[in-house]
Design a binder for this molecule. Sequence first.
Ligand code: GDP
Ligand code: IMO
Ligand code: MG
Length: 461
Amino acid sequence: MVYYAALKEKQSQMNTVLIGSQWGDEGKGKVIDVLTDKADVVVRYQGGSNAGHTVIAEGKKRVLRLIPSGILHEGKTCIIGNGVVMNPLDLIEEIEAMRASGVEPKGRLFISTRTQMVMLYHRALDKAEEAARAPGKKIGTTGRGIGPAYAAKVSRTGLRCGDMLRDDFTDIVREQVAETNRKLKMLRAERVDAGDQIGVPGCTVKDYQLDADEFARIYAVAKEKLSPYIIDTVPYLHAAKAAGKSILCEGAQGTMLDIDFGTYPFVTSSNPTSGGACIGSGLSPRDIDCVVGVVKAYTTRVGEGPFPTELYNAVDKQDPDGKTMAEVGHEFGAVTKRPRRTGWYDAVIARYAQQVNGIDYWALTKLDVLDTIPKIKICVAYELDGKRIDTIPSSASDLARVKPIYEEMDGWMCETSNVTRLEDLPPKAKAYVDRLVELSGAKLGILSIGPARESTIRVAL
Ligand code: GDP
Ligand code: IMO
Ligand code: MG
């Protein structure tokens, strides 16, 4: 209860981390947009333009990939933290789209000097590596260069946004292209036909080799456009904190895609879990007051890898309830448009997410998508090799073998998207929400019953 006392005391200044609890696409963008009314600064702390965060505000739909989802609130500052891998060309496109839709990011969007850059050759490598993986070994990456950019970071060869401010930036780009061409030659040697797949927009690939002159030109333009946004965000954040401002950290992807805690190797290359918020922003663990876990009322996954409660996908599963989730929930990638796999809510995953993230509150989303399903299942445990388990096996091949143990509840069979108070939910819908919360180890903070800002019941946040 110390936490709640502290929460009360700190009502005016709260630093919150918001994370995805499943395999991404839980509705983080929507919930960040809603919570930004109580924040002053919103920080993206990991991932890159593999993310697609949808915000529907004042009737307009926007999909954010790198810019924090708080940008639609006038006067709030948005930061791209050091833990993000940022493709300058994607960011320029996003800034321009934002400006065209009437929102000016300049003056309140800042990028850390420590943020790593995703270069076009990282995208080329991502695509070539994915193409070279044998069937069954493919990850189904978004092709945005995320893995290669993080690999460059940890092998200490990456370029950071601070490098963009240097006079010799173009020379560094040329050196990097030469190094990448060596890697591409090796990949080509292993799998000749991958050559077709390597094309990335904006650059020429001749004989599987990148053109250094073209790269130098492209990045000179990026430098000019982005330099005004690049600052050292660590002192900025700590000054904001000292001035009593509230900071909201925006996770991308989700717990089960975490490089350490997810279904390795079918994961992304960063730490979406709450610990990543400190590493990726420069805030300390002591600065975090609250962790919000966004969780869908069912489960989705896009890309390859195990999914115990899976019902429906584009390949071999065609369950009608899963199909309803996919169709009513519009389960297609916000950016890649790939169809998402769908399945029942998995409370084993939610409990695990609660533990590894320290979730205080759930933001439960997309309850309305289940409005027409007569019988709804919840996975409460797994069976593995004839034994009941209630934790996530650390190996993806074991997780692929588990059989879900289900509880079944009656569906409510009526519309929920017009409900404005928790107590006005149809009793069977309320019972489902209560059961999810009871099984999943934290309190309910927000219930989302539609994609727009207004379709939100704020229970405790
Ligand atoms: P994110 O990556 O976690 O930000 O999620 P995405 O934006 O990729 O996917 C979530 C999708 O669900 C988007 O199309 C949202 O507009 C939509 N959405 C969010 N919350 C709700 C909800 O409560 N109900 C419905 N029907 N749609 C929602
Ligand atoms: P948001 O932030 C869902 C998945 C990809 C693939 C794996 C690795 O919108 O929730 P990567 O390109 O990161 O190397 O791909 O991770 N993936 C996501 N799935 N939502 C996302 O982001 C994702 N970002 C990556 O499909 O399986
Ligand atoms: Mg998404």
